[in-house]
Design a protein around this ligand. Structure first.
Ligand code: ZN
Length: 303
């Protein structure tokens, strides 16, 4: 994998208190500028933790896409009593904006465990699509977020694959479900969409001798200007994505999954990839037929 030069956020970090009630911060990473606004002034320790969390989330998506998805992002942070991260939301109507809430008692480990901000930043990297295709927006964010964090060194491959084993069954079609464009339940939207992405990733790698993956399709979409700030028909994204890999996997899989329920044999898939859960622990079997594909998906980047 190409080693990319990251403009680490910490290299250019400045703070300026505009008013007593509000602190602002600015950082640059992967060619993108991020402006942060706090709804009220946090104490210094929390502000430092929050900035490091924004930087590491931005770094994860920058590793995956080889650039930060948008040239400018505004993040509005608000607070609640307690700890953790809640209520992320991303829009691109008047420029890219993420709103999210953090607990005032959050520790470094609360931020390290958080998936919400990386998920929201993945949303920046895909064009807005009409409502019936919402599954591609949520599915790609659900699928890419842990992989991006693993590649950046923030999650172990065991954690990523264990969570896929737990999560993906929720995306399988239930009785009466139709294709992804026609069944808009939570499970089909988030995990059905994630299943589409995993199946696409594996098939692209099979057809290209593991030289290309879903990230090449998603990077091509982003390079063509397909960010959350643009409204594209889904087929345009898929076509550009396919051009990025040289194989027409996204269009073919979409034709198959858009209107028909398409069950998947996940147990067989885990066997092929060489992922097993033994005694509550994830184990990898390197002799499995698709072990090299599994490794390529969650491999940390060398820096
Ligand atoms: Zn989302």
């Amino acid at each position: 994998m190409r080693v990319i030069l990251l403009t680490l956020a910490m290299a250019w970090l400045s703070f300026a208190d505009r008013t007593i009630a509000q602190s602002d911060a600015h950082l640059e990473i992967g060619g993108g500028k991020i402006d942060l606004t706090f709804s009220s002034a946090p104490d210094e320790a929390l502000r430092k933790l929050a900035l490091a969390w924004v930087a590491s989330s931005a770094r994860a998506v920058t590793v995956y896409y080889e650039q930060f998805p948008v040239s400018h992002l505004e993040i509005r942070l608000r607070f609640f009593e307690g700890h953790g991260v809640r209520g992320g939301r991303t829009t691109g109507r008047d420029g890219a904006l993420i709103t999210v809430a953090i607990g005032r008692s959050s520790s470094a480990s609360d931020f390290a465990e958080d998936w919400v901000l990386t998920h929201e930043m993945v949303h920046l990297a895909f064009p807005s699509v009409p409502e019936e295709h919402h599954w591609i927006e949520e599915g790609s964010a659900t699928y890419v977020e842990p992989i991006a964090r693993a590649r950046a060194g923030g999650l172990t491959p065991e954690k990523v694959w264990g969570d896929l084993i737990d999560g993906l069954p929720k995306g399988l079609p239930q009785a009466g479900d139709r294709g992804l464009d026609f069944t808009r339940t939570w499970g089909r939207t988030y995990w059905g969409g994630a299943l589409f992405c995993l199946l696409a990733d594996i098939e692209i790698r099979k057809r290209t001798g593991n030289k290309k993956g879903l990230e090449d399709a998603l990077r091509a979409i982003l390079k063509a200007g397909g960010t959350i700030e643009s409204d594209w028909p889904i087929v345009r994204s898929l076509e550009i994505g396919d051009r990025g890999t040289g194989v027409s996997v996204l269009r073919e899989l979409y034709e198959k999954m858009k209107a028909a329920p398409t069950p998947a044999d996940l147990s067989a898939l885990w066997k092929e990839l060489g992922v097993e859960r033994g005694g509550g622990k994830i184990e990898f079997i390197d002799g499995a037929p698709l072990a090299s594909i599994r490794k390529a998906i969650t491999q940390p980047v060398s820096r």
